[in-house]
Structure formats: C-alpha cells, structure tokens
Design a protein around this ligand. Structure first.
Ligand code: NDP
Length: 330
C-alpha cells in the first residue's frame, strides 16, 4: 500500500515528504482498519506535511487529518467490514497516522458512519473544513439565527470552511455576504449562493470607533485578526459570531468590549477536533440534508498523493480555492 510519509533528518532537523510503499504491519495499533478512498488538504495538513508546526508527535509520520473509506477489519461491534465511514479530528494525522495512505488503522470512537445521501468522495469534498462550517452554522442557529434576520457574513469565503459555509447558508435561505481577498473569486462565490461580495480590505482597516452601523445577523469567521475586531462592531444587536479559525492572525484588534456589553453580541468558539460522536453524527446528517451536492462539486480540486507536498505549501499561503479532494488510490 502507498502512503505519504514525512521523515525527519535527526541531524539537520529538516523534514521531507514522499510517497512510499508500506505494509499493514507498519500501521499503528487500533480497533478498525479502513481502506481509505479519499482524504483532503486542510491548513493543519499543510503544517504536518512540512516541519509539523509542533503538531506532529513522532516521525516518520503519515499526515491527513480526515479521510473517508470502507471498513476492512474491526474488533469493535459498532463497525463491520463493508461499512462506509468518515473520520475527522481526534488528532488523527497529527499525533496518530492519518488519511494520506491507502489504509488507516484508528479507534472506533473516532469514526462516524457515513449518512445516506453522501458518498465517500462527497464526504471528503466536505471534510474537516465543511464539518466545521456546519458546526458553526448549528451554533449560530442554537443562538437564534434564522433566515430573514438579515445578511450573514462569511469571512475567508473562498477557502475551505468559507466555501462550504456559503453554500449551506444560501441553501438554508440566508442572504450571504462573502468576504474575500481574491476579487477574481467573486463569480465562484456567487455560484455557491453569495448575494454580496465584500472585498477583504474593507474589513481589515482598524478603526477607533467603539461601534459601527449594525449590518450582520450572524457571522462564520475563518480569519480572526484585524477583521474579527472590525466585524464584531458591525454585528446586529443580540447576534453571534462563530469563530472557527485564524487565517488572518491570532490577535483581535480594536475597541473590543463594546459590542459585547452594548449590543449583547456573542462570540462562539467552534472546535471540530474533540467533538463528541453524537455532535459529529448530527452535523454529518445535516450536511447530507442541507448542502446541495452540485454546489459542492464546484468547490472541488482533485489531487493525488504525489501532489500533496506542493498543495501543503499552497494552503499555508492561503492560495487554495475551495476543497482539495485527494484520491489516495489514483
Ligand atoms: P483555507 O486556507 O482554505 O481558507 C482560509 C481563507 O482565509 C483563505 O482562502 C482566504 O480567503 C482567507 N485568508 C487567508 N489569509 C488571510 C489573511 N491574512 N487575512 C484575511 N483573510 C485571509 O483554510 P480553511 O478554510 O480550511 O480553514 C480556515 C481556518 O480555520 C484555518 O485557520 C484553519 O486552521 C481553521 N480551522 C479550524 C477548525 C476548527 O475546528 N476550529 C477546523 C478547520 C479549520 P479569501 O481568499 O477568500 O480571502
């Protein structure tokens, strides 16, 4: 079986990634062996394909923080050979060998059975990014967001989380304002259902104003940094921001406290990694129901194991559009 292995030279400390032949005996011990069909490229994968960024526990390492495939062997009653499964999170691809391999061996608790209406390729077109987008939207709904409340802002919209969030929100009947730093991606975002394209630089300038006009009924934020500081001041009274990532930096800038105490704005942190089984299952069922699969196809960039070193560098530079789907058997 083939896998992308990242090795570290102990003397220089440098890492290198290449496709190698492995045997099943090389896989880590765990309850379920999965014949992997598809994996994807996420920001964390970019880090793990390179020097690791502190995420990789032990070398040699197989990255790939998510995958979908078919159960081949299981010592856990919940899964039997032939079951279609999807895996996201639980530090797979970081502390445990991941999906850039034709086979993976993982804990049964980390898997979710694929719901009806979505196949393994579609599941990875969604992937960790799309699951996180759905978890963010569910959190906004739990805090009162409903269609008709006004435009919902999506930042980092042409990226993975942003693309899926835009398509789901539009399909649920929300007006979607998509923020992008790539003007050439406006037509793509409109195709996904965005009704308004907001240029990134309109929201990255730091102002001293404590509040601005109320504009957004909700926000899925993949960017944080200066943009989140600015967006918080433009949220409608009692609305929520679901913060999922920090592609634009970890520090939030601006007069921060005012939106919370004068407008009752909620800042909801979304973590997909440690989501309990029930939440992941519910989110995958919602994805199968609420994400139009034809829109999903427009986001997909196909790739093979040997494309991964280059794609890992691209995603760290914010240059990947939509979702990369890696066919590990191609
Ligand atoms: P992508 O790289 O696909 O998308 C990020 C997007 O953010 C880019 O496409 C770009 O969109 C925008 N962007 C990049 N750099 C900047 C910048 N300096 N300032 C403003 N905008 C910028 O990544 P994902 O969508 O997969 O993930 C987004 C973030 O979410 C990452 O930080 C990732 O680590 C995190 N994440 C968190 C998860 C969780 O469980 N909380 C799960 C998955 C991801 P555009 O060109 O349209 O402006």
């Amino acid at each position: 079986m083939k896998a992308l292995l990242v090795r570290k030279d102990e003397e220089s400390g440098k890492t290198s990634a290449a496709v190698e032949d492995l045997t099943e005996a090389d896989l880590p011990e765990a309850e379920v062996t999965v014949a992997v069909e598809y994996s994807t490229v996420n920001y964390k994968d970019g880090l793990c394909i390179g020097p690791g960024g502190g995420l990789v526990r032990k070398y040699p390492h197989v990255p790939g923080i998510d995958f979908a495939g078919t159960v081949e062997e299981s010592s856990d009653d919940r899964y039997k050979p032939g079951d279609k499964v999807v895996l996201t999170g639980w530090r797979v691809g970081e502390a445990h060998w991941g999906g850039y391999s034709q086979k993976a061996r993982v804990r049964a608790d980390w898997l979710v059975p694929l719901p009806d209406g979505i196949d393994t390729r579609q599941a990875m077109a969604v992937g960790t990014a799309g699951l996180t987008a759905m978890l963010a939207i569910m959190a906004l709904e739990d805090h009162g967001l409903a269609p008709g409340h006004g435009p919902v802002l999506v930042t980092g919209a042409a990226g993975g989380v942003g693309s899926v969030a835009t398509a789901i929100l539009a399909n649920l009947g929300h007006e979607v304002a998509a923020v992008t730093g790539r003007p050439d991606q406006g037509a793509y975002l409109q195709e996904l259902g965005a009704t308004q394209i907001v240029p990134r630089d309109e929201l990255t300038e730091v102002t001293r104003k404590p509040l601005e006009s109320e504009m957004w009924a909700g926000c899925v934020d993949a960017v944080a940094g200066a943009m989140l500081g600015r967006v918080l001041k433009q949220m409608k009274y009692g609305s929520s921001v679901a913060a999922i990532g920090l592609a634009g930096g970890a520090a939030i800038e601006g007069a921060l406290i005012t939106p919370f105490i004068l407008r009752g704005v909620n800042l909801l942190g979304i973590d997909s990694v440690m989501q309990p089984y029930e939440n992941r299952l519910r989110a995958w069922e919602r994805i199968a129901r609420d994400l139009p699969m034809d829109k999903l196809e427009a986001m997909v960039q196909p790739a093979t194991l040997s494309d991964l070193p280059g794609l890992g560098r691209d995603i760290l530079k914010g240059q990947v559009k939509g979702r990369v789907v890696v066919d590990v058997n191609a």
